[in-house]
Design a protein around this ligand. Structure first.
Ligand code: BG6
Length: 471
């Protein structure tokens, strides 16, 4: 094979909570992201006790995709997108999460948005839950601590699978499901209390989410056998800090923790190492007799994953500096440059990741997030010269192509993160921009919300037009 296939899914990715805004429009309920304040590089976002009147919540208006989606999708079309990854806001469909009937106005919004995509020949690629669940499910039930969440999630899946069965083919059950055992608020609505056994809570929630994901896959296939349903996984690409076998073992262990999720997603059962991990840490996970069969029957069709950077693992952490990165980070690699937010830039790491994942699981992969968060400057004439972003993408696309064309990895597509500027999930900042399209808004929420095409817009347009040949 010398070229990517003609149906390779070039596109872009966002999440409802970070781009839509309209947080209380159309009957939408409050979500876990609506109670997170803005922070800054190196500062954690605060989770407030409900929405407080004197605080600024950046996700409330975000990039106002809710009002601008028609124009924005038109711009995606201009770039040549063949697909658009976004999520459905659970709170638009079930504002509290425990209602029996969905909110019609919320469903209509996605009907119209998906129709707009389809009119332009853009396939929606939908994450069912992306860092956004009803806040009510947290206050009343404790979030994914509670097994009841499985039924609420399934009720939500039933509503969206049925409603969009002829509009959406590609689905993913949970965004970055493995984040639940590291930072459980955004994916699971869980805040760890003082003195609580953190591992116990997080691994219990992980089991419930894996059961929910498997049931969703089975349900989706019953509703439309042509659905292609994947999982979504944060790949914490990690190398040994040195050739010392102890460092190599540390990197093996780090990946093992993460792969536990894919073992279940892809093979329908936990690996032995998981049970040993539970035993070592004295964790007792509540399961039901039917869980084993549910996991077996709900395996995924493809692995969607995010890849931004890599880090190193080390046996003796005292000797190395921590690196920053996408929630699950590690230690610094002196051979790699880093972004302004400290995320180490490693294009070859993308090729390595694709090879690791494909060798291990042998099912199609989908790069559903990749990109560079950077500060952009609008010049007097309105131009944004983001050559640093172009360089990042050029080198990653190059390595992605090598993985497909030279190494034989089966890859469905590539959707760079934050194709239009949006609120950072980690910091709540606007100035950490990923987009090909600039949105005029600052960290304090000021700005016209006007859209501008960055230089990278034209670069990506040409990349897609040439099917990845001209980069
Ligand atoms: C991934 C998430 O973790 O990384 C996105 O799926 C997130 O929601 C992205 O925005 C980039 O992280 P950040 O913190 O720069 O927004």
């Amino acid at each position: 094979m010398s070229r990517l296939s003609d149906d390779f899914l070039w596109g872009g990715a966002v999440a409802a909570n970070q781009v839509e805004g309209g947080w209380n429009k159309g009957g939408k309920g409050v979500s876990v992201s609506d109670v997170m304040t803005a922070a800054a590089h190196g500062v954690e976002r605060e989770v407030t006790d409900g929405v407080l009147p004197d605080r600024y919540y950046p996700n409330h208006e975000a990039s106002d995709f809710y009002s601008n989606y028609k124009e924005d999708i038109k711009l995606f079309h201009e770039m040549g997108f063949r697909c658009f990854r976004t999520s459905i806001a659970w709170t638009r469909v079930f504002p509290n999460g425990d209602e029996e009937e969905p909110n019609e106005e919320g469903l209509m919004f996605y009907d119209e948005m998906f129709d707009t995509c389809l009119e332009y020949g853009i396939q929606p690629v939908i994450t069912i839950s992306h860092f956004e669940m009803p806040y009510h499910l947290v206050t009343k039930y404790g979030g994914w601590r509670n097994r009841k969440l499985i039924d609420f999630y399934l009720n939500y899946c039933q509503a969206v699978f049925t409603r969009y069965k002829d509009k959406v083919k590609y689905w993913m059950t949970f965004n970055e499901i493995n984040m639940i055992v590291r930072k459980p608020w955004k994916p699971g609505g869980i805040q760890i209390a003082e003195g609580e056994n953190k591992l116990q809570t997080m691994y219990q929630a992980a089991h419930y989410m894996l059961v929910a994901s498997a049931r969703a896959v089975k349900l989706g296939k019953e509703i439309n056998p042509a659905f292609v349903i994947g999982g979504m996984f944060l790949h914490p690409t990690s190398y040994a800090a040195t050739a010392s076998p102890d460092d190599v073992l540390a990197s093996v262990k780090k990946l093992q923790e993460a792969y536990m999720f894919l073992d279940v997603h892809v093979r329908g059962k936990y690996a032995n190492s998981y049970y040993h991990f539970l035993e070592r840490n004295e964790l007792i996970i509540e399961t039901q007799p039917e869980d084993a069969l549910i996991l077996q029957e709900g395996t995924i069709d493809f692995i969607g994953f995010s890849y931004y950077s890599s880090s190193v693992a080390i046996a003796n952490p005292a000797t190395q500096n921590k690196s920053e990165g996408n929630e699950i980070s590690g230690y610094k690699n002196s051979l790699l440059p880093a972004s302004e937010w400290g995320w180490q830039i490693d294009p070859v790491g993308l090729r390595i990741t694709l090879n690791w994942l494909y060798d291990k699981y042998q099912i199609p992969l989908f790069i559903v997030e990749n990109g560079l968060g950077a500060v952009d400057t609008v010049e007097e004439d309105g131009r944004i010269r983001d050559d640093y972003r172009i360089e990042y993408f050029r080198r990653h696309v190059e390595e992605m192509k090598k993985a497909v064309l030279e190494d034989g990895v089966e890859l469905l597509g590539y959707t760079p993160w934050g194709c239009i500027d949006l609120v950072s999930a980690g910091t709540g900042e606007m100035k950490k921009r990923y987009g090909f399209i600039y949105v005029d808004k600052d960290n304090d929420g000021k700005g016209t919300l006007q859209r501008y095409k960055k230089d990278s817009f034209y670069w990506y347009q040409e990349c897609i037009r040439s099917n990845g040949e001209t980069i």
